[in-house]
Design a protein around this ligand. Structure first.
Ligand code: EPZ
Length: 419
């Protein structure tokens, strides 16, 4: 097991580039199954979850090559419809492959994706939408088996603006014979990126970014090329690391509009933030101000993925803040790790009361999921003394060489492989 050793207290200074978005590239890699041809994906980050997706594509019969940040997938000879349990288990979000496999093969078999560290992660909305579109879905003995003759294009009313369910319906409907409409669709930037990729291979999708997405099915798709948008949560993480260390950092290759909720919140915390066309510069205060209440919500609300990271910022602030987590039920687990570092955070279900302290003190902590791991790194960078963060594999799922990037900003951080 590897872990990160951080000697805290040094303000981060300098510039860093933000890599491609994990949550944009995962559904787009699934979509490469659709066109039975060549797909060139630029700005594809080197992440554990991306590697697992590429493994799934190879398992399904695709050829996959990587040249730097560009991944090329040829799905001409794809023939499989089954994702083995060991691959499903390693990445919960493999469920987004279901719509693409069904659209290509007219059948799909995969194990129920287990819950994960942040909550139960049900997929009832995905399966309900598939059944509405004419898919025969059988769930038994921990497996989901889907078969279909023809998609029956419909209007789907999502009970919740689920990102994954929106993506799965878009993937399944691309080659249907008719128009499918998704009402109450998720509006995240990753949905827009998926629409742009699908249209680049000849699909006809409109409305992404709004709560109504329309997919007009086409008979054939063709080769395509696409550049993945920057990762808005990685960008938010770097801003949080500037805040916990009182530093001045410029992010390059970022889309400021995608992180407007985080920017507004950090300005409330006393940060001076300047926006460029594709850059954001933050000058952090010596000590953050508290925020009265943060409520996580679907985009463009405050993102649940950035909530974990914000907790580390508010842990050292001049007052009390309240955070309400409305998306996932298990998103405060690292609060107990922060309290071991001297924070004063009280968690009651989906509510956290954060009483700001003067500073945190380094100690051994363990990441319990992807974003909590990043949050503990941010906390360690600002803490007095040495922090070791275990379970780094969680962090590697969504951050490409986080410690290397932070070192370019002056952080004293290194990765150590345990004996
Ligand atoms: C995506 O997860 C992201 N993952 C998550 O990022 C992100 O936190 C989440 O969207 C919300 O923005 C990827 O894109 C790979 P949802 P997803 O379906 O699609 C409930 C990270 O750290 N729900 O929008 O799984 C669900 O329980 C990850 O990068 C159902 O009830 O999220 C949750 O309360 C973590 N039934 C809410 O909807 C369903 O069938 C939002 O989930 C589906 C979801």
């Amino acid at each position: 097991m590897s872990y990160l050793v951080i000697n805290g207290g040094k303000p981060l200074e300098g510039e860093v580039s933000v890599h491609g978005s994990k949550n944009a590239v995962l559904p787009i890699l699934a979509a490469t199954l659709l066109n039975r041809g060549i797909n060139v994906i630029h700005n594809c980050p080197r992440l554990k979850d991306v590697e697992i997706s590429l493994e799934i594509l190879r398992h399904l019969g695709c050829t996959v090559t990587r040249d730097g940040d560009t991944v090329t997938v040829c799905s001409k000879n794809a023939c499989g419809d089954h994702i083995p349990v060991e691959l499903m288990r390693r990445m919960r979000s493999s469920i987004v492959f279901m719509g693409a496999i069904l659209a290509r093969m007219q059948s799909a078999v995969m194990s129920m994706p287990g819950g994960c560290e942040i909550g139960l992660r049900p997929i009832d909305l995905h399966l309900k939408a598939f059944r509405t579109l004419g898919v025969d879905v059988v769930e038994e003995q921990g497996e989901i088996r889907c078969r279909m003759q023809k998609i029956i294009p419909q209007t789907i009313q999502l009970e919740l603006p689920s990102v994954g369910a929106t993506e799965n319906i878009m993937l399944l409907s691309c080659v249907a014979d008719g128009v499918t409409v998704i009402n109450n669709a998720a509006r995240e930037p990753e949905i827009i990126d998926l629409q742009n990729y699908l249209n680049a291979i000849g699909a006809c999708v409109t409305g992404a970014g709004t709560d109504t997405v329309k997919i007009r099915g086409v008979s054939r798709l063709h080769d395509g090329e696409h550049t993945i948008i920057p990762d808005r949560i990685v960008a938010s993480t770097y801003l949080a690391c500037a805040m916990t260390t009182g530093g001045t950092v410029t992010l390059n290759r970022v889309i400021p509009a995608h992180i407007s909720a985080m920017i507004a919140t950090l300005r409330e915390c006393g940060a001076h933030i300047f926006l460029g066309r594709q850059s954001v510069t933050i000058r952090a205060p010596h000590t953050a101000l508290p925020v009265r209440t943060i409520r996580t919500a679907p985009y463009p609300g405050f993102p649940t993925d950035a909530q974990s990271i914000l907790l580390s910022v508010l842990a050292v602030s001049r007052g009390t803040s309240i955070i309400k987590e409305n998306i996932f039920e298990g998103r405060f687990r690292h609060a107990f790790e922060l309290n071991r570092m001297g924070a004063d955070i009280e968690v009651e279900g989906r509510l956290a009361v954060v009483r700001g302290v003067r500073r945190l003190y380094g100690c051994p902590v363990m990441a319990c999921d992807l974003r909590s791991g990043a949050a503990l790194v941010a906390a360690g960078l600002g803490a007095h003394g040495t922090t070791t963060v275990g379970n780094v594999h969680y962090i590697d799922r969504g951050y490409e060489q986080l410690e290397r990037e932070l070192r370019t900003l002056g952080a004293d951080i290194e990765r150590v492989e345990s004996l």
